[in-house]
Design a protein around this ligand. Sequence first.
Ligand code: FPP
Length: 273
Amino acid sequence: MIDLNQLAEPGSAEEEILRRIDLARLPRHIAVIMDGNGRWAKARQLPRVEGHRAGIASVREIVETCARLEVPVATLYAFSVENWKRPRYEVATLMMLLKEYIRREINTLQENNIRFVPIGRLDGLDPSVQRELEWARKETSQNSGLRFQIALNYGGRAEIVDTVNRIIALLREKGLTDFRVDEEFFSNHLYTANTPDPDLLIRTSGELRISNFLLWQVAYAEIHVTRTLWPDFRRRHLFEAILDFQGRERRYGGIDESEREMFVEAGEMPIEE
Ligand code: FPP
């Protein structure tokens, strides 16, 4: 049961937005491109890494809120395969912050029944980071609430290529030469295997790009872009994104529900399987 009191103070502005959300129609998977940490720091004349440090508070709040809303899956883009191009000090700080986050948050993750699932080319990360990730993954693997996927050394194209190679190896191992791969089979061999595709993709800081994030999985996601920079992104902004999502009409390539009726009556609609 979703406990609204845990999500907003009675009488607060957050509660007002929360009340407008239809809790029966929440996204099953929310994906987030956390952007704007550098700009947040720059606006305060701070080093870029301070933006990442401040961004951790947003990660904490958003993950906890998704768990309390009983959203099944949230995926946060923390480090892309392209992010190695950043200054060495920035990369090292991001990795350190990640390790710190795991150690500090493990209890909160457990208390909120959250499963921590790193995705990406994890073997390309420093062994000390890999060990922490694996530790947190194992520690939380029995939790049945929110599946918190954190994308690290992640690229959407890299994921697709890795999936193709994994499937080739699998078929070779099984001696299958005339097996036909379909979309479902392919989906179930991605890093995100057996999780629903994102219904909602949030990008902070106003940029209108997908940036190589979950390329296969976002095929039908509703995209919500906010100008808010990631370190300023709070529960209220998440509620606004969900409200925006609930106001969209999802057609998956079909037609408007209200128009559909007319075509059904005219015998114009194909028989549904
Ligand atoms: C993009 O901002 C953000 C990142 C590349 C890193 C996101 C990482 C965190 C929020 C912290 C690490 C997360 C965890 C869970 C420990 P940017 O630097 O590209 O911002 P800019 O476009 O303003 O320069």
